[in-house]
Write a protein that binds this ligand. Structure first.
Ligand SMILES: Cc1ncc(COP(=O)(O)O)c(C=O)c1O
Length: 386
């Protein structure tokens, strides 16, 4: 039998899966692993999708997505980013943010090109780069810079093969947000080296303490070299619906639409009508979920403040707590395994997000307040007894 492709072999399963497998079959485990809202999708969205099915929206849609949804995305982005995008040529609806990211990389990257990612960053970026036969190049980021690239470090990582930089704000796994001034410093470098930016903004609306996420696309000269990726998954508790989108210059989006024709053809039609209702309907359900995440975040921060030896970075957005465990003297993988075995708590070891992030573990606080209280109590006891 001939071997399967190189691409299918170099793309390895995420280490997050390993933790799940270990925990399977264990009784009474408190899990902080899952990066998805524990809320149900708001009713008006569900009803809009059901109504679409009932009135016969059963066919393929345009590859770029239904026009009313692209128009609603344009209107919303005009409010949030103060940028105008043409629904006909500059917006594509995708199967979640993840497909938008992959199509963007497939459009931008040639085999052998390099794409710059932060360490830590969301596990899937590097694998998507590998699917494109491109090379992920990691730049270590730290809490002092809100886990955004330090300008000198970014510039030092750029080679003649570098084609793009991925910026994720608010970030998974850290909850860090990139402010306008920090992005301005990076934009100068990016323009000087003529790079593309993939700006992953899927957590844009989940922000705390009055923080606001800024977008690279909003800076002068950057809209034309930035692909903005967003999603309905996190904001509207719609992970299973698989609807996301990208906005960018027509030369990029047009090619993404061409690729889409050969990948998924289009996003599920009823789900697109649900997404349309999400944008056009009341904001109250989103505000309610954000307030709930805000309370849980505070519980996590208060909890870790009372546990000597563990330092939790204050997340400004998303729903993740990134905890520095270096005072324990353990690597993240060993710490996570030990915590699971002795305290029955699952966290994600930092090496899932990059080799240099081995001194951190990630906890998702998209889980109930009871789980958070119980989990924190167990972690505290574990730390006292170790
Ligand atoms: C940083 C980041 N980007 C993109 C996604 C993709 O989400 P979806 O494909 O559900 O929109 C996720 C999901 O966890 C994420 O954490």
């Amino acid at each position: 039998m001939k071997e399967v492709s190189v691409v299918s072999q170099v793309v390895t399963p995420s280490p997050i899966r390993e933790m799940f497998n270990r925990a399977m079959g264990m009784e009474g485990v408190v899990s902080f692993t899952v990066g998805e809202p524990d809320f149900l999708t708001p009713d008006h969205i569900v009803e809009a999708a059901v109504a679409a099915l009932r009135r016969g929206e059963h066919k393929y849609t345009p590859n770029a997505g239904i026009l009313p949804l692209r128009q609603a995305i344009a209107r919303r982005t005009s409010e949030t980013h103060r940028l105008e995008y043409d629904p006909a040529e500059e917006i594509i609806v995708t199967a979640g943010g993840i497909e938008a990211l992959l199509l963007a990389m497939m459009t931008i990257l040639n085999p052998g090109d390099e794409v710059i990612l932060s360490d830590p960053s969301w596990t899937n970026y590097s694998r998507q780069a590998l699917i494109c036969s491109a090379a992920p190049r990691f730049v270590q980021v730290d809490a002092a810079h809100n886990f955004l690239f330090a300008p000198e470090a970014l510039e030092a990582a750029i080679t003649e093969k570098t084609k793009a930089v991925v910026i994720n704000s608010p970030a998974n796994p850290t909850g860090g947000i990139a402010g306008r001034e920090a992005l301005e410093r990076l934009a100068g470098i990016i323009m000087r080296h003529d790079l593309w930016v993939i700006s992953d903004e899927v957590y844009r609306e989940l922000v705390y303490d009055g923080n606001e996420a800024f977008s690279m696309a909003m800076l002068p000269g950057m809209r034309e070299r930035t692909v903005v990726v967003n999603s309905f998954s996190k904001t509207y508790a719609m992970t299973g619906w698989r609807v996301g989108y990208a906005l960018g210059p027509a030369c990029i989006i047009g090619n993404m639409v061409k690729l889409q024709e050969n990948v998924a053809a289009c996003v599920n039609s009823a789900a697109q009508y649900g997404a349309l209702a999400a944008l056009e309907g009341p904001r109250e359900p989103v505000d309610r979920m954000v307030r709930a995440y805000g309370r849980r975040r505070q519980m996590i921060l208060d909890g870790f403040a009372s546990i000597p030896g563990l330092a939790c970075y204050t997340p400004q957005g998303a729903f993740y707590a990134f905890v520095d465990i270096s005072a324990t003297g353990m690597k993240a993988g060993a710490f996570a395994m030990d915590l699971l075995e002795k305290a029955r708590v699952i966290v994600v070891p930092g090496h899932a997000f990059g080799d240099a992030s081995d001194k951190y573990v990630r906890l998702s606080f998209a889980t109930s307040e009871e789980n958070i209280l119980e989990g924190i109590a167990r972690i505290r006891k574990y730390m006292q007894e170790r």
